[in-house]
Ligand binder design. Structure first.
Ligand SMILES: Nc1ncnc2c1ncn2[C@@H]1O[C@H](COP(=O)(O)OP(=O)(O)OP(=O)(O)O)[C@@H](O)[C@H]1O
Length: 279
């Protein structure tokens, strides 16, 4: 093996540098995932107990090291149970960013076709009418994943998309108005779906649970979520945990085109539009 350079008695190889870079990237992703959540405090608590265990063992304090040793023995299992949502989010995040997830990798042309044919007009018109009446709405556009797990948390519909149907689902008297509607493969797949709520503590208080749920889902999937606020009647679009708020109908169309079809059109950002990063 050829050494790149040496630091004192340490001989550094190319593989060592790659190893360090990969561990750094992994720790950075872990930090990003845990930061701002309760899990970070639990993680620091477990780390403190582990450090205490090392000190106690080195000092030869037998009784305490046996007790802490027992605790460490079940540590991995306990960590899996305690960090179950974070581990899930971490794996989903890897799945979302990996090249294997890319449609172009798999070369399924029909999958791209179905997305390209999606007509945006029913959504834009429904959002405008719902906003005018201060009726809340949550519409999820599935991209690489059909979001079956979340669709099954609600009522499966599998209907043709129309402004009228969207309006009647979100009508306050409708039994389906609570929760989110999921759009996949050019169909209204389900309504009344429950989305994961973001734990990000930096989300402004002005955003209620509806926005938090939209941010939560887009943090772990590549879906796009349209939100109509019941309180303010404002329309927002959320992607990658970032909310673009107070959109006009024209802006909504540009952004939906951009986010769903990756068009290069530059959005015409109105002065009132504010981008709130919650990532
Ligand atoms: N986890 C969730 N998944 C799906 N829908 C949700 C979730 N949490 C809340 N909602 C929807 O949001 C609705 C309103 O929630 P909440 O009252 O907290 O929002 P809000 O303060 O009115 O927010 P906004 O002003 O954005 O409408 C709920 O009745 C429900 O339909």
């Amino acid at each position: 093996m050829t050494f790149l350079f040496t630091i004192g008695f340490l001989e550094i190889e190319l593989l060592d540098i790659i190893d360090i870079l990969l561990v750094t990237a992994l720790l950075y992703q872990l930090y990003k995932l845990l930061t701002g959540s309760v899990a970070l405090k639990i993680f620091l608590g477990l780390l403190s107990i582990y450090l205490l265990y090392l000190v106690v063992r080195a000092a030869g304090m037998e009784l305490l090291s046996i007790i802490l040793g027992q605790f460490m023995g079940v540590g991995v299992l306990a960590a899996i149970i305690l960090f179950q949502p974070e581990i899930r989010r971490f794996l989903l995040m890897i799945g979302k960013t990996t090249a294997l997830n890319h449609e172009r990798f798999w070369g399924f042309p029909w999958r791209r076709d179905t997305t390209e044919k999606l007509s945006l007009t029913p959504f834009i018109e429904a959002a405008k009418s719902l906003a005018a009446k201060n009726t809340g709405a949550l519409i999820v556009f599935a991209k690489s994943s059909e979001l079956k797990y979340y669709a099954e948390s609600g009522d499966l519909i599998d209907a043709v998309i129309s402004k009228r149907l969207l309006m009647s689902i979100f009508n306050k008297n409708s039994p389906l108005h609570d929760g989110a509607v999921i759009i996949a493969n050019n169909r209204i797949k389900a309504a009344r779906c429950i989305l994961p709520v973001s734990e990000n503590q930096e989300i402004p208080a002005s955003m209620g649970l509806r926005h938090r749920a939209a941010i939560g889902l887009t943090e772990i999937t590549d879906s796009i979520v349209l939100v109509v606020s019941e309180e303010t009647g404002q329309v927002a679009l959320v992607r990658n945990g970032e909310a673009f708020r107070n959109l006009s109908s024209a802006d909504l169309r540009v952004k939906l085109n951009q986010f769903l079809f990756d068009t290069d059109q530059r959005p015409t950002i109105s002065p009132s539009e504010k981008s709130v990063s919650a990532a």
